[in-house]
Design a protein around this ligand. Structure first.
Ligand code: GSH
Length: 226
C-alpha cells in the first residue's frame, strides 16, 4: 500500500478520528504535523482549500472532509469492517457522525475542551462567561448521545464503527475537566463507553502527547511561537 500521510495539528479531534481509523485497520501512517495556527497560512491552503484539518494523502490521491476519509479507509481496507451492514445500524452510525460534525465539535470540543485543556498550554486567555454559556448547549449534545447509545455497547450496536471513532476524540476529553465531568454525571452509559473506547490500543497510539513527540511540534505560548 502507498504511504498514508495525514496533515493536521496534533490534538485536533478530527485528525485523531482519522488516525484512530487507520490504527484500527492496522494501516501505517505518518502525521505531517501542522503547528498550531499554521493551518491559516497560504502554504497550508494548498493542502486544504478551507484551511481545516485533516487532509489525507494516499500516494497521489488527496482527500479532505473527515467522513469521506473514514469511508475511504474502510473501503481500501475492508477488515475489520467499521461500517455495519444492517440498514438501521448504518443509519445510526451516519446520524452520530453527523451529530459530531454539526454539534459535538463546536459545542463540546471548541467551546469547552479547547478553553479548558488546550488554551492553558498555549497561554491563551479563557473567556469564562463564554464557557459558562456553553454548558447548556453542550448538555443537549451529551444528553442526546446518551439517549442514542442507550443500552448498546457501541454507538451503532454491538461492534465498533466509524461513529465511535469519529466521536471518541470529542468525548474522551470530558473527564479531564470539571464541567466535562458534570456533563457526564447523569450518563453512566456514556461514561462506560468512554472507558471502553479509551482502552483500545488505537487510543494510546494517538494521544496528543504521542503526536507532538512524533512530529516534533512543541506547544508554545502563542506570543513565543509567533
Ligand atoms: N467538516 C470538516 C471539519 C474539519 C474541522 O473543523 N477541523 C478542525 C480541527 S479539529 C479545524 O481544522 N479547525 C481549525 C480552524 O478552524 O482554524 C471535516 O469533517 O473534516
Amino acid at each position: 500500500m502507498c504511504e498514508v500521510i495525514v496533515h493536521g495539528i496534533p490534538g485536533s479531534p478530527y485528525v485523531r478520528a482519522v488516525l484512530l481509523t487507520l490504527e484500527e485497520k492496522n494501516i501505517g501512517w505518518r502525521l505531517a504535523g501542522v503547528p498550531f495556527g499554521a493551518n491559516l497560512t497560504a502554504l497550508y491552503g494548498e493542502i486544504h482549500p478551507f484551511h481545516k484539518m485533516p487532509t489525507l494523502d494516499h500516494g497521489e490521491f488527496r482527500l479532505y472532509e473527515t467522513l469521506a476519509i473514514l469511508n475511504y479507509i474502510d473501503r481500501i481496507a475492508p477488515a475489520p469492517a467499521l461500517r455495519p451492514l444492517p440498514v438501521r445500524a448504518a443509519a445510526r452510525m451516519d446520524q452520530v457522525i453527523g451529530i459530531v460534525d454539526a454539534y459535538a465539535a463546536p459545542r463540546l470540543s471548541a467551546a469547552l475542551s479547547f478553553p479548558r485543556l488546550i488554551a492553558p498550554m498555549l497561554a491563551l486567555p479563557v473567556d469564562e462567561a463564554a464557557v459558562r454559556d456553553a454548558i447548556d448547549p453542550a448538555a443537549e449534545v451529551v444528553d442526546e448521545l446518551s439517549r442514542l447509545l442507550g443500552g448498546q455497547t457501541f454507538m451503532a450496536g454491538d461492534s465498533l464503527s466509524l461513529a465511535d471513532l469519529m466521536l471518541a476524540p470529542h468525548l474522551v476529553t470530558l473527564p479531564h475537566f470539571a464541567e466535562g465531568r458534570t456533563l457526564l454525571r447523569q450518563h453512566d452509559n456514556l461514561s462506560a463507553w468512554i472507558i471502553l473506547v479509551e482502552a483500545r490500543p488505537s487510543m494510546a497510539c494517538t494521544t496528543m502527547e504521542r503526536l507532538l513527540e512524533l512530529t516534533g511540534i512543541e506547544l508554545l505560548p502563542i506570543e513565543d511561537s509567533a
